[in-house]
Design a protein around this ligand. Structure first.
Ligand code: COA
Length: 314
């Protein structure tokens, strides 16, 4: 049966940095509080959603070696598009000189992981031959800088992968898990009031517990469905919401903490971009090599989560 492969990754981060010292100058907070509660030291800020998405997608495409003629789809996961219409994916498609289908998908911070599962299903069905999958968010455009409880968390960025059909179905994506608990959607919201996103509103402590629980369950489900144990997983690329969440999930799964790749210190929470940003870091420093089994796990507003176990083919 046909399968799907993840064959390359690319990223884009804005040049400007917002450090914890900048926040100390802006509001009543300290570097010590932010680092000890979140692990974040700085975030990258600026750019446009379409621009960041295009840069990450171009890098992933260039690294893939896949002929542009074979790209049948661009999917962009974002909750912070530049405009509601046209889709961000339409802008990326045009900027890359592609003529294929293109659409956006919103599953908040789980968006990239949702997009990977969606594209996997389309590749397996034979509907498409190859696709560019982007996770991008400009969270700082939707951040309330009067609210110290949320302002210090977010940054901007984009990450992308190229996925291709695997005719033999013997390498690549092994399993997936996906879910949403809409009954708890009010714990994390970005409401639109009078046409403007006024900022992220959340009950941080309750959210923390839910996120750890869903991430653990989803990661466990995907690994079990792949028919392997966590000892076979070379690296976990999980959503970077808080270093303490990454550590808590690792501990609950009895996985060494350093199996969970962390980039949050220098990116903050970049929402849909965080999983491919972590993947790119791990591929870049050699922690993940071609043939290694990896686990992608996204979780966030919805509340939504999705995981994929794959053999990296980059
Ligand atoms: N600097 C200094 N103090 C701060 C602060 C800041 N930036 N933000 C909040 N505080 C204070 C609070 O006012 C509170 O003070 P009090 O005890 O006098 O009332 C105290 O620190 C503790 O606040 P609390 O919100 O309970 O902290 P916390 O340990 O829960 O950490 C988060 C806050 C947001 C870091 C944490 O709850 C979290 O990461 N939650 C999950 C976020 C998440 O998963 N988001 C998902 C998005 S996809």
């Amino acid at each position: 049966m046909t399968g799907s492969r993840l064959v390359s990754v690319g990223t884009a981060l804005p040049d400007d940095r917002l450090t914890n010292a900048d926040f100390e100058a802006m509001m009543e907070t300290t570097d010590e509080w932010i680092v000890s509660r979140t692990g974040i030291r700085e975030r990258r800020v600026g750019g446009t959603t379409t621009g960041l998405a295009t840069d990450a997608a171009r890098q992933a495409l260039d690294r893939s070696g896949v002929d542009r003629d074979r790209i049948d789809l661009v999917v962009v996961a974002t909750q912070t598009p530049d405009d509601l219409c046209p889709s961000t994916a339409a802008g990326v498609q045009h900027a890359l000189g592609l003529t294929c289908g293109a659409f956006d998908l919103n599953a908040a911070c789980a968006g990239f992981s949702y997009a990977v599962v969606t594209v996997h299903a389309m590749l397996v069905s034979g509907a498409i031959r190859a696709a560019v999958v982007v996770g991008v968010d400009r969270m700082t455009a939707a951040t309330d800088y009067e609210d110290r409880g949320t302002a210090i968390l977010f940054g901007d960025g984009a990450g992308a992968v190229v996925m291709t059909a695997d005719p033999a179905g013997t390498v690549g994506v092994r399993s997936w898990d996906m879910g949403t608990d809409g009954g708890h959607s009010d714990i994390l919201t970005s409401p639109i009031k009078d046409g403007t996103i006024t900022g992220v509103e959340m009950d941080g402590k309750i959210l923390f517990k839910h996120m750890v629980g869903y991430a653990v369950e989803s990661a466990r489900a995907a690994v079990e469905r792949a028919g392997i144990g966590f000892d076979s997983v070379r690296a976990v690329l999980a959503h970077q919401a808080n270093q303490r969440i990454l550590d808590a999930v690792a501990d609950r799964l009895s996985v060494p903490r350093d199996t969970f790749v962390s980039v949050i210190a220098h990116t903050g929470n970049t929402s849909a971009a965080s999983v491919p940003l972590a993947l790119d870091a791990a591929v870049g420093d050699g922690r993940v090599r071609s043939g290694d089994t990896i686990l992608l796990t996204g979780f966030g507003g919805g509340l939504s989560w999705a995981s994929t176990v794959a053999v990296w083919q980059g």
